[in-house]
Write a protein of this length. Structure first.
Length: 118
């Protein structure tokens, strides 16, 4: 089951989670996976400080980025955000969300309620 999360609700929903996983893709090769503690603005824009060199190299080749917040509880909801990322002059990553959702398989329906109403 998936529940859309609009950009303006991302900060509120993400507050119920811990660190996120940032996934970036190079022009070719394997994905880069990095644990991050993003800041989310009221409009849903996500800022990540201190990215690795390989992550910034990936973003130079491919601006697509995905952030994943794993549930804290068994059978909880995973928060997934896809967007386009760019680098600031200060070396931070800024992700503009294109879609956000809470997701869990139907087999986990015995888990907690979502942090946003469907």
């Amino acid at each position: 089951m998936s529940i859309p999360v609009p950009p303006q609700d991302l900060a509120r929903v993400a507050a119920g989670y811990g660190s996120a996983t940032l996934i970036t893709l190079p022009a070719s090769g394997f994905a880069k996976v990095l644990t991050v503690d993003p800041d989310i603005a009221p409009d849903g824009t996500i800022t990540i400080a201190n990215p690795s060199k390989s992550t910034t190299a990936n973003l130079a080749a491919n601006s697509h980025a995905t952030l994943v917040w794993q549930p804290r509880e068994r059978h909880g909801w995973t928060l997934i955000v896809d967007g386009h990322a760019s680098l600031t002059e200060e070396g931070k990553i800024v992700v503009v969300p294109k879609s956000g959702m809470l997701h869990r398989p139907a087999a986990h329906a015995d888990g907690p309620k979502p942090l946003i109403e469907p």
